[in-house]
Design a protein around this ligand. Structure first.
Ligand code: NAD
Ligand code: UD1
Length: 337
């Protein structure tokens, strides 16, 4: 198929691009490079021996996007483009609502004009807010207890896409609710390259392991969990990427929603210890106060994706730490190394 990947130069997008190219799809990428490097796409080509059609463009540029559709002629779209830093979204909510929502509206408008009605959207476990029960199934309520504008944009975009598919039965849409993506491609050529101080746990741990930062702050050790630290469902980014292929191959009319996670909860201390094994030395950490807005525990039930998409994750947390360390140790400054 001819597949347009928005946000394809980013962390998750570059790994999806590898999976799509390896499966012999033609891949077009739209990215404004606001949080990514074109070097990622060179590395995608080195891994796969194939190239993508790259369009440097903000998805909110509707005429520009119309031009991309004319020249690339996609049959389906995987939409990842958007802003994702939770704290930044609290400080500058309008930028988040504008970018994430208007990029999506612009995209579906252009898709509609072009008669392209197959869409996969990057949603997030954040839409579950305060989890109603654990493990989370797709039936759990959403929208209660979402603690930041970033999370609200995901919730709102899901609703926009549901309304669109209700009004026009030709649409086939998959909403993929990612849990916590970690790791890197096994080559170590592509990986997560956060700008500034990483907000997320795994890239922070990797930078401490590489000596780029001194100490890991563990946000809270008094939660009601196995060791008192926060529990999450960490999924290898290549497993997440293969979930997009499975969703693409199984698109059905209307909107289908899938959790993409492992179903396993892992604590912060367990992550640190798993990473110590991967990097081969102890990591300095200290217990700090809880981070505002954090949940004690969240992990999913991913049976629906297994049943309906034939997808399940195959890579372990050990593998994710190993791959993350390979990427970090061979590219200590990310793509600017
Ligand atoms: P990322 O920042 O690495 O990738 C997003 C890409 O979109 C970047 O390359 C950026 O330059 C591009 N972009 C941003 N705004 C754009 C715009 N208006 N037009 C065109 N391109 C634009 O982030 P990621 O971790 O790869 O996340 C990809 C998607 O997955 C995002 O939608 C994110 O919200 C979602 N998601 C990520 C996580 C996570 O933990 N990483 C979890 C759940 C959901
Ligand atoms: C965060 C976002 C979530 C977003 C996701 C992916 C918040 C409240 N939630 O999820 O909306 O979808 O990232 O981008 O920001 N931790 C530490 N020390 C650190 C960093 C994290 O102890 O330096 C802990 C956290 O308290 C948490 C766990 O590690 O228990 C995972 O944190 P993180 O990687 O930021 O992901 P989430 O909080 O799950």
């Amino acid at each position: 198929m001819r597949i347009l990947l928005t946000g394809g130069a980013g962390y998750i997008g570059s790994h999806i691009a590898v999976e799509l190219l390896n499966a012999d799809h033609d891949v077009g990428i739209v990215d404004d490079l606001s949080n990514s490097s074109p070097i990622a796409l060179q590395k995608v080509s080195s891994i796969t021996g194939k190239s993508t059609d790259f369009f440097e463009l903000d998805c909110r540029d509707t005429p520009g996007l119309t031009g991309v559709f004319r020249s690339f002629q996609p049959e389906a779209v995987i939409h990842l483009a958007g802003l994702k830093a939770v704290g930044e979204s609290v400080e500058d909510p309008l930028r988040y609502y504008d970018t994430n929502i208007n990029a999506t509206l612009s995209l579906v408008h252009v898709m509609e004009q072009a008669g392209v009605t197959q869409l996969i959207f990057s949603s997030s476990a954040t839409v579950y807010g305060d989890p109603e029960f654990l493990p989370l199934t797709e039936q759990a309520r959403t929208g209660i207890g979402i603690s930041n504008p970033y999370g609200w944009t995901k919730f709102m975009i899901e609703q926009i896409l549901i309304d669109l598919a209700t009004s026009q039965p030709s649409w086939k849409i998959a909403l993929l609710r990612y849990f916590n993506p970690v790791g890197a491609h096994e080559s170590g050529l592509i990986g997560e390259d956060p700008q500034g101080i990483p907000n997320n746990l795994m890239p922070f741990v990797a930078q401490v392991a590489a000596g780029r930062r001194d100490i890991i702050e563990v946000f809270g050790d008094d939660y009601d969990t196995n060791d008192g630290t926060g529990v999450r469902d960490y999924i290898h980014v290549m497993d997440l990427a293969s979930g997009h292929l499975a969703a693409l191959e199984n698109l059905t009319p209307g909107v289908s929603t899938y959790n993409l996670g492992t179903g396993q909860g892992t604590s912060v201390l367990e992550i640190i210890h798993a990473f110590e094994l991967a990097c081969g030395h102890p990591l300095a950490y200290k217990i700090s106060p809880r981070r505002l807005g954090d949940l004690p525990s969240t992990y999913c039930n991913a049976d629906k994706a297994r049943r309906e998409l034939g997808w399940s994750p195959t890579r372990s947390l050990t593998q994710a730490c190993h791959d993350s360390w390979l990427w970090q140790s061979t590219n200590p400054e990310g793509y600017s190394t």
